[in-house]
Design a protein around this ligand. Structure first.
Ligand code: HSE
Length: 353
Protein backbone atom coordinates (compact mmCIF):
# COMPACT_ATOMS: atom_id res chain seq x y z
CA UNK A 1 0.00 0.00 0.00
CA UNK A 2 1.85 3.04 -1.19
CA UNK A 3 1.09 6.66 -0.43
CA UNK A 4 1.03 7.44 -4.12
CA UNK A 5 -2.47 7.24 -5.44
CA UNK A 6 -3.81 6.25 -2.03
CA UNK A 7 -7.35 6.70 -1.12
CA UNK A 8 -9.92 8.72 -2.84
CA UNK A 9 -9.52 8.73 -6.56
CA UNK A 10 -11.82 11.21 -8.22
CA UNK A 11 -13.75 9.04 -10.64
CA UNK A 12 -15.79 12.01 -11.74
CA UNK A 13 -16.14 15.32 -9.96
CA UNK A 14 -17.49 14.71 -6.48
CA UNK A 15 -16.99 10.94 -6.67
CA UNK A 16 -14.59 8.94 -4.54
CA UNK A 17 -13.28 5.47 -5.21
CA UNK A 18 -12.78 3.51 -2.01
CA UNK A 19 -11.03 0.15 -1.90
CA UNK A 20 -11.98 -2.03 1.03
CA UNK A 21 -10.39 -5.12 2.57
CA UNK A 22 -12.54 -7.34 4.79
CA UNK A 23 -10.76 -9.36 7.49
CA UNK A 24 -13.06 -12.01 8.94
CA UNK A 25 -15.78 -13.79 7.06
CA UNK A 26 -18.08 -15.26 9.70
CA UNK A 27 -21.58 -14.14 10.62
CA UNK A 28 -20.91 -10.42 10.78
CA UNK A 29 -18.37 -10.30 7.93
CA UNK A 30 -20.84 -11.94 5.59
CA UNK A 31 -23.69 -9.74 6.75
CA UNK A 32 -21.52 -6.70 6.06
CA UNK A 33 -20.62 -7.87 2.54
CA UNK A 34 -24.28 -8.71 1.84
CA UNK A 35 -25.29 -5.22 2.93
CA UNK A 36 -22.52 -3.65 0.87
CA UNK A 37 -23.65 -5.53 -2.23
CA UNK A 38 -27.20 -4.36 -1.57
CA UNK A 39 -26.29 -0.75 -0.80
CA UNK A 40 -23.39 0.00 -3.15
CA UNK A 41 -25.60 1.97 -5.50
CA UNK A 42 -26.95 4.01 -2.62
CA UNK A 43 -23.39 4.75 -1.48
CA UNK A 44 -22.67 6.00 -4.97
CA UNK A 45 -25.81 8.03 -5.56
CA UNK A 46 -26.17 9.56 -2.11
CA UNK A 47 -22.57 9.89 -0.95
CA UNK A 48 -20.56 9.79 -4.18
CA UNK A 49 -18.65 6.73 -2.97
CA UNK A 50 -17.65 4.21 -5.61
CA UNK A 51 -16.84 1.25 -3.39
CA UNK A 52 -14.99 -1.91 -4.33
CA UNK A 53 -13.78 -4.84 -2.25
CA UNK A 54 -10.14 -5.75 -2.84
CA UNK A 55 -10.06 -8.75 -0.55
CA UNK A 56 -12.03 -10.89 1.84
CA UNK A 57 -10.07 -13.02 4.30
CA UNK A 58 -11.11 -15.87 6.57
CA UNK A 59 -9.11 -18.07 8.91
CA UNK A 60 -7.84 -20.24 6.03
CA UNK A 61 -6.79 -17.69 3.44
CA UNK A 62 -7.68 -14.80 1.20
CA UNK A 63 -9.63 -14.05 -1.94
CA UNK A 64 -8.10 -10.91 -3.44
CA UNK A 65 -7.90 -8.83 -6.61
CA UNK A 66 -5.87 -5.65 -6.54
CA UNK A 67 -8.34 -4.02 -8.96
CA UNK A 68 -11.31 -5.12 -6.85
CA UNK A 69 -13.22 -8.40 -6.72
CA UNK A 70 -16.02 -8.69 -9.29
CA UNK A 71 -19.37 -8.32 -7.49
CA UNK A 72 -20.44 -11.66 -8.94
CA UNK A 73 -17.44 -13.36 -7.29
CA UNK A 74 -18.20 -11.59 -4.04
CA UNK A 75 -21.79 -12.84 -4.21
CA UNK A 76 -20.40 -16.34 -4.76
CA UNK A 77 -18.06 -16.00 -1.76
CA UNK A 78 -21.14 -15.51 0.43
CA UNK A 79 -22.29 -19.01 -0.49
CA UNK A 80 -19.14 -20.97 0.37
CA UNK A 81 -18.87 -22.66 3.77
CA UNK A 82 -16.82 -21.05 6.54
CA UNK A 83 -13.11 -21.09 5.83
CA UNK A 84 -13.76 -21.55 2.12
CA UNK A 85 -13.19 -18.18 0.41
CA UNK A 86 -9.60 -18.93 -0.60
CA UNK A 87 -10.85 -22.08 -2.36
CA UNK A 88 -12.65 -19.95 -4.94
CA UNK A 89 -11.03 -19.25 -8.31
CA UNK A 90 -8.03 -16.96 -7.85
CA UNK A 91 -8.05 -17.45 -4.07
CA UNK A 92 -4.87 -17.78 -2.00
CA UNK A 93 -5.06 -20.48 0.70
CA UNK A 94 -2.68 -19.73 3.56
CA UNK A 95 -2.34 -16.04 2.70
CA UNK A 96 -2.46 -13.77 5.77
CA UNK A 97 -4.40 -10.53 6.18
CA UNK A 98 -1.09 -8.73 6.53
CA UNK A 99 0.01 -10.06 3.14
CA UNK A 100 -3.35 -9.15 1.64
CA UNK A 101 -3.02 -5.58 2.92
CA UNK A 102 0.45 -5.32 1.42
CA UNK A 103 -0.71 -6.73 -1.91
CA UNK A 104 -3.88 -4.76 -2.52
CA UNK A 105 -3.46 -1.05 -1.76
CA UNK A 106 -6.71 -0.74 0.22
CA UNK A 107 -8.07 2.51 1.64
CA UNK A 108 -10.20 0.99 4.38
CA UNK A 109 -9.70 -2.18 6.39
CA UNK A 110 -12.90 -3.63 7.85
CA UNK A 111 -12.02 -5.84 10.83
CA UNK A 112 -14.75 -8.35 11.61
CA UNK A 113 -12.58 -10.98 13.24
CA UNK A 114 -13.73 -12.38 16.60
CA UNK A 115 -12.56 -10.38 19.63
CA UNK A 116 -9.51 -12.16 21.05
CA UNK A 117 -8.58 -10.26 24.19
CA UNK A 118 -5.57 -12.35 25.11
CA UNK A 119 -4.07 -12.08 21.63
CA UNK A 120 -4.97 -8.82 19.88
CA UNK A 121 -1.50 -8.54 18.29
CA UNK A 122 -2.26 -9.58 14.68
CA UNK A 123 -5.09 -7.06 14.45
CA UNK A 124 -2.96 -4.35 16.06
CA UNK A 125 -0.34 -4.99 13.41
CA UNK A 126 -2.93 -4.64 10.61
CA UNK A 127 -4.22 -1.40 12.10
CA UNK A 128 -0.71 0.04 12.35
CA UNK A 129 -0.04 -0.88 8.73
CA UNK A 130 -3.24 0.70 7.44
CA UNK A 131 -3.44 3.74 9.72
CA UNK A 132 0.30 4.34 9.42
CA UNK A 133 0.02 4.72 5.67
CA UNK A 134 -2.96 7.08 5.67
CA UNK A 135 -5.78 4.56 5.42
CA UNK A 136 -8.77 4.04 7.69
CA UNK A 137 -9.92 1.17 9.87
CA UNK A 138 -13.56 0.28 10.50
CA UNK A 139 -13.98 -2.35 13.18
CA UNK A 140 -16.49 -4.52 15.01
CA UNK A 141 -13.63 -6.29 16.80
CA UNK A 142 -13.46 -5.04 20.38
CA UNK A 143 -10.09 -6.48 21.35
CA UNK A 144 -7.65 -3.96 19.82
CA UNK A 145 -9.38 -0.93 21.34
CA UNK A 146 -10.24 -2.58 24.63
CA UNK A 147 -6.61 -3.58 25.14
CA UNK A 148 -4.57 -0.84 23.43
CA UNK A 149 -6.66 2.28 22.91
CA UNK A 150 -3.77 4.33 24.29
CA UNK A 151 -1.69 3.49 21.21
CA UNK A 152 -4.55 3.57 18.69
CA UNK A 153 -6.56 6.66 19.56
CA UNK A 154 -3.66 9.03 18.98
CA UNK A 155 -4.17 12.50 17.54
CA UNK A 156 -3.17 11.39 14.05
CA UNK A 157 -4.91 8.00 13.97
CA UNK A 158 -8.12 8.70 15.89
CA UNK A 159 -9.83 10.54 13.00
CA UNK A 160 -9.35 7.48 10.78
CA UNK A 161 -10.38 4.79 13.25
CA UNK A 162 -14.11 4.02 13.32
CA UNK A 163 -15.48 1.61 15.89
CA UNK A 164 -19.14 2.22 16.60
CA UNK A 165 -19.94 -1.42 15.80
CA UNK A 166 -17.99 -2.43 18.93
CA UNK A 167 -20.54 -0.94 21.34
CA UNK A 168 -24.34 -1.14 20.98
CA UNK A 169 -24.05 -2.52 17.44
CA UNK A 170 -26.92 -0.91 15.56
CA UNK A 171 -27.22 2.09 17.89
CA UNK A 172 -24.73 4.90 17.26
CA UNK A 173 -23.74 5.52 20.88
CA UNK A 174 -20.05 5.92 20.04
CA UNK A 175 -20.82 8.63 17.45
CA UNK A 176 -22.83 10.45 20.07
CA UNK A 177 -20.06 10.26 22.65
CA UNK A 178 -17.32 11.11 20.11
CA UNK A 179 -19.03 13.98 18.37
CA UNK A 180 -22.40 14.72 19.91
CA UNK A 181 -20.88 15.42 23.34
CA UNK A 182 -17.91 17.42 22.00
CA UNK A 183 -16.69 19.99 24.49
CA UNK A 184 -18.84 18.61 27.27
CA UNK A 185 -17.84 16.71 30.38
CA UNK A 186 -19.38 13.25 30.56
CA UNK A 187 -19.08 12.01 34.11
CA UNK A 188 -20.75 8.65 33.97
CA UNK A 189 -22.17 6.18 31.46
CA UNK A 190 -24.18 3.35 32.91
CA UNK A 191 -26.34 0.70 31.36
CA UNK A 192 -27.05 -2.54 29.59
CA UNK A 193 -24.43 -3.14 26.94
CA UNK A 194 -24.49 -6.89 26.41
CA UNK A 195 -27.35 -8.22 24.32
CA UNK A 196 -26.74 -11.88 25.11
CA UNK A 197 -26.98 -11.58 28.89
CA UNK A 198 -29.96 -9.25 28.72
CA UNK A 199 -31.69 -11.69 26.40
CA UNK A 200 -30.96 -14.77 28.51
CA UNK A 201 -31.91 -13.08 31.79
CA UNK A 202 -35.26 -12.30 30.12
CA UNK A 203 -35.63 -16.00 29.24
CA UNK A 204 -34.84 -16.86 32.87
CA UNK A 205 -37.86 -14.77 33.88
CA UNK A 206 -39.95 -16.93 31.54
CA UNK A 207 -38.65 -20.05 33.25
CA UNK A 208 -36.21 -21.29 30.59
CA UNK A 209 -33.15 -23.26 31.71
CA UNK A 210 -29.66 -21.73 31.62
CA UNK A 211 -28.12 -23.97 28.91
CA UNK A 212 -31.19 -23.77 26.70
CA UNK A 213 -31.29 -19.98 26.94
CA UNK A 214 -27.65 -19.71 25.91
CA UNK A 215 -28.14 -21.98 22.95
CA UNK A 216 -31.02 -19.74 21.88
CA UNK A 217 -28.85 -16.60 22.12
CA UNK A 218 -26.17 -18.35 20.05
CA UNK A 219 -28.69 -19.36 17.40
CA UNK A 220 -29.80 -15.74 17.11
CA UNK A 221 -26.23 -14.59 16.57
CA UNK A 222 -26.07 -12.51 19.75
CA UNK A 223 -23.45 -14.47 21.66
CA UNK A 224 -19.69 -14.35 21.12
CA UNK A 225 -18.14 -17.50 19.57
CA UNK A 226 -17.19 -18.36 23.15
CA UNK A 227 -20.28 -17.27 25.15
CA UNK A 228 -18.34 -17.21 28.41
CA UNK A 229 -17.09 -13.78 27.23
CA UNK A 230 -20.67 -12.58 27.52
CA UNK A 231 -21.60 -14.50 30.67
CA UNK A 232 -18.46 -13.63 32.63
CA UNK A 233 -18.56 -9.96 31.79
CA UNK A 234 -15.53 -9.77 29.50
CA UNK A 235 -17.60 -8.36 26.65
CA UNK A 236 -19.18 -5.79 28.99
CA UNK A 237 -15.77 -4.87 30.41
CA UNK A 238 -14.40 -4.39 26.89
CA UNK A 239 -17.29 -2.08 26.01
CA UNK A 240 -16.82 -0.14 29.26
CA UNK A 241 -13.13 0.28 28.41
CA UNK A 242 -13.94 1.46 24.87
CA UNK A 243 -16.43 4.01 26.22
CA UNK A 244 -13.88 5.27 28.72
CA UNK A 245 -11.24 5.54 25.94
CA UNK A 246 -13.71 7.47 23.78
CA UNK A 247 -14.30 9.92 26.60
CA UNK A 248 -10.59 10.69 26.91
CA UNK A 249 -9.75 8.35 29.77
CA UNK A 250 -7.65 5.54 28.26
CA UNK A 251 -8.01 2.22 30.04
CA UNK A 252 -8.17 -1.50 29.29
CA UNK A 253 -10.78 -4.15 29.90
CA UNK A 254 -8.43 -5.76 32.42
CA UNK A 255 -8.83 -2.81 34.77
CA UNK A 256 -12.64 -2.99 34.71
CA UNK A 257 -13.79 -4.68 37.90
CA UNK A 258 -16.03 -7.64 37.17
CA UNK A 259 -18.14 -8.03 40.31
CA UNK A 260 -20.48 -10.78 39.17
CA UNK A 261 -21.23 -13.22 36.37
CA UNK A 262 -24.37 -14.56 34.71
CA UNK A 263 -24.72 -18.20 35.79
CA UNK A 264 -27.39 -20.57 37.12
CA UNK A 265 -27.48 -18.61 40.36
CA UNK A 266 -28.07 -15.34 38.50
CA UNK A 267 -30.89 -17.10 36.63
CA UNK A 268 -32.51 -18.01 39.95
CA UNK A 269 -32.10 -14.44 41.14
CA UNK A 270 -33.69 -13.06 37.95
CA UNK A 271 -36.66 -15.42 38.28
CA UNK A 272 -37.18 -14.58 41.93
CA UNK A 273 -36.88 -10.81 41.36
CA UNK A 274 -39.37 -11.03 38.49
CA UNK A 275 -41.90 -12.73 40.76
CA UNK A 276 -41.67 -9.60 42.95
CA UNK A 277 -42.20 -7.25 39.98
CA UNK A 278 -38.50 -6.38 39.68
CA UNK A 279 -35.83 -7.36 37.14
CA UNK A 280 -32.16 -8.28 37.34
CA UNK A 281 -29.93 -6.54 34.81
CA UNK A 282 -26.26 -7.08 34.01
CA UNK A 283 -24.83 -3.59 33.70
CA UNK A 284 -21.58 -1.75 33.12
CA UNK A 285 -20.81 1.48 34.91
CA UNK A 286 -18.10 3.81 33.60
CA UNK A 287 -17.12 6.52 36.04
CA UNK A 288 -15.00 8.54 33.64
CA UNK A 289 -11.48 9.05 34.97
CA UNK A 290 -12.29 7.12 38.14
CA UNK A 291 -12.90 3.51 37.17
CA UNK A 292 -15.45 1.09 35.75
CA UNK A 293 -17.22 -2.02 36.89
CA UNK A 294 -19.62 -4.71 35.73
CA UNK A 295 -22.33 -6.03 38.04
CA UNK A 296 -25.77 -7.62 38.35
CA UNK A 297 -28.27 -5.11 39.71
CA UNK A 298 -31.94 -5.33 40.58
CA UNK A 299 -34.12 -2.61 39.08
CA UNK A 300 -37.70 -1.55 39.77
CA UNK A 301 -40.33 -0.31 37.32
CA UNK A 302 -39.13 3.25 37.97
CA UNK A 303 -35.77 2.57 36.33
CA UNK A 304 -35.36 3.30 32.61
CA UNK A 305 -33.53 -0.04 32.40
CA UNK A 306 -36.61 -2.00 33.51
CA UNK A 307 -38.19 -2.08 30.05
CA UNK A 308 -35.03 -2.88 28.12
CA UNK A 309 -35.76 -6.40 26.94
CA UNK A 310 -34.21 -9.02 24.68
CA UNK A 311 -30.99 -8.05 22.92
CA UNK A 312 -31.77 -4.36 23.31
CA UNK A 313 -29.17 -2.18 24.99
CA UNK A 314 -29.62 1.10 26.82
CA UNK A 315 -27.35 3.56 28.53
CA UNK A 316 -27.85 6.60 30.68
CA UNK A 317 -25.27 9.33 30.11
CA UNK A 318 -24.63 11.79 32.91
CA UNK A 319 -22.80 15.00 32.03
CA UNK A 320 -21.88 17.98 34.16
CA UNK A 321 -23.98 20.39 32.10
CA UNK A 322 -27.51 19.05 31.78
CA UNK A 323 -29.98 16.34 32.70
CA UNK A 324 -29.24 12.72 31.90
CA UNK A 325 -29.51 11.49 28.32
CA UNK A 326 -30.84 7.98 27.68
CA UNK A 327 -30.01 6.05 24.53
CA UNK A 328 -31.75 2.79 23.72
CA UNK A 329 -31.51 0.49 20.72
CA UNK A 330 -30.31 -2.81 19.30
CA UNK A 331 -27.06 -3.97 20.86
CA UNK A 332 -26.28 -7.24 19.10
CA UNK A 333 -27.01 -9.29 16.01
CA UNK A 334 -25.39 -9.72 12.63
CA UNK A 335 -27.56 -7.25 10.74
CA UNK A 336 -27.41 -4.50 13.36
CA UNK A 337 -23.62 -4.84 13.54
CA UNK A 338 -23.25 -4.88 9.75
CA UNK A 339 -25.33 -1.70 9.56
CA UNK A 340 -22.97 0.03 12.02
CA UNK A 341 -20.00 -1.04 9.89
CA UNK A 342 -21.61 0.29 6.73
CA UNK A 343 -22.29 3.61 8.41
CA UNK A 344 -18.67 3.82 9.57
CA UNK A 345 -17.50 3.01 6.04
CA UNK A 346 -19.34 6.11 4.81
CA UNK A 347 -17.62 8.19 7.52
CA UNK A 348 -14.23 6.62 6.76
CA UNK A 349 -14.55 7.43 3.05
CA UNK A 350 -14.48 11.15 3.93
CA UNK A 351 -11.24 10.82 5.84
CA UNK A 352 -9.04 8.88 3.41
CA UNK A 353 -7.68 11.15 0.74
N1 HSE B 1 -21.97 -10.77 22.23
C1 HSE B 1 -22.23 -9.39 22.16
C2 HSE B 1 -23.53 -9.07 22.89
C3 HSE B 1 -22.34 -8.98 20.72
O1 HSE B 1 -24.26 -10.01 23.21
O2 HSE B 1 -23.80 -7.92 23.17
C4 HSE B 1 -22.38 -7.51 20.48
O3 HSE B 1 -21.19 -6.90 20.91
Amino acid sequence: MGDMGRGIVAVEPGKRRIKVGVAGFGNVGRAFVELLVERRELLDSRYGIDVSVSFVADSKGVLARREGLPWSLLALSLKVPRGGVSGLEGGSPGMSVEEAIAATDIDVLVDVTPSNYSRPDPQLKWYRLVLGSGGAVVTADKAPLATRCDSLLTASWRPRLFYKATVMAGTPLIDMLRWGFSGRIVERVTGILNGTTNYVLGLAEEGLGFEEAIRDAQRRGYAEPDPSSDLEGLDLAAKAAIISCTLGSPTTLWSVERRSVVNEEAFERAREAFSRGRRVKYVAVVEVGKGSFVDLVEVSKNSVLFNVSGAMNAVVIRSSEAEEVTVMGPGAGRKATAAALLSDLVLAAREVS
